[in-house]
Ligand binder design. Structure first.
Ligand SMILES: CC(C)(COP(=O)(O)OP(=O)(O)OC[C@H]1O[C@@H](n2cnc3c(N)ncnc32)[C@H](O)[C@@H]1OP(=O)(O)O)[C@@H](O)C(=O)NCCC(=O)NCCS
Length: 208
């Protein structure tokens, strides 16, 4: 059995971006397989660029968990606590997709990745891409990271935390409900329903 104690939660550094990208691709493999298809080999590079853009222009801070011997990064989460430059993010993502996938596949990927849609408010922090490496799951790391993300939100003066979760992600839904998040709204997408098997995207919210 994998041992997680002791583990440390710290702010991510730019050097951590490739590892975070790897965790995200692994954690959401089913989704990314449908998005990238035969170009799955490009997914890490695209995700790394996306995370770096989020840090540079998206108002997002990431946290990582270090555990194991030798110590490695085994979990991560992103928290948006400041305004994002949506135009820079959108342009950067599109350029990265087009360079790595070609125009047609990039258009397809952009359409799928545009769900769920989110527009932030100044009093709310947004939690995204919470992920724990498979061999470290069910040891409390996801919950600990969520608590650390909420602490970041509090430090940034936010009143609420919001996040999206797919209606079929039972482990994540249970965690969020257990932590006091309640459904605020939901988006339904026939496109992601058909191609990703995710029809409903739930927007959950918690008052800090
Ligand atoms: C969702 C995820 C982050 C949970 O992380 P984790 O470290 O395994 O979760 P924890 O050990 O902290 O468990 C916290 C709670 O989550 C729920 N949970 C976690 N794994 C579960 C499972 N396999 N089945 C049902 N509930 C589960 C339980 O309520 C659990 O509380 P409990 O241990 O008291 O029963 C992890 O499963 C993951 O990385 N999944 C892939 C990526 C993903 O879907 N992220 C969420 C995006 S919205």
């Amino acid at each position: 059995m994998t041992t997680v104690e002791p583990f440390t939660i710290r702010l991510a550094q730019p050097d951590d971006e490739p590892v975070i990208a790897g965790l995200v691709v692994e954690g959401f493999l089913d989704k990314f397989r449908s998005v990238f298809g035969g170009r799955m080999d490009q997914s890490m590079r695209i995700m790394e660029k996306w995370i770096s853009l989020e840090h540079a222009s998206g108002g997002v801070t990431s946290l990582v968990v270090e555990a194991g011997a030798p110590t490695e990064i085994v979990a991560s989460v992103g928290v948006r606590t400041a305004d994002s430059r949506e135009d820079v993010l959108a342009r950067g993502l599109w350029t990265t997709l087009r360079r790595n996938l070609g125009f047609l596949r990039a258009s397809w990927a952009a359409a799928l990745l545009s769900h769920p849609r989110y527009s932030g408010t100044s009093s709310e922090a947004y939690v995204e891409r919470l992920v724990v490496a498979p061999q470290y799951q069910s040891h409390g790391l996801g919950r600990s990271l969520l608590h650390a993300a909420e602490a970041l939100a509090r430090d940034a003066g936010k009143d609420t935390v919001g996040l999206h979760v797919s209606g079929v992600n039972i482990p994540a839904l249970k965690l969020y409900e257990d932590e006091g998040y309640t459904e605020d709204s939901r988006q339904r997408s026939l496109m992601t329903g058909y191609f990703l098997n995710i029809r409903d995207w739930l927007y959950l919210k918690k008052t800090l």
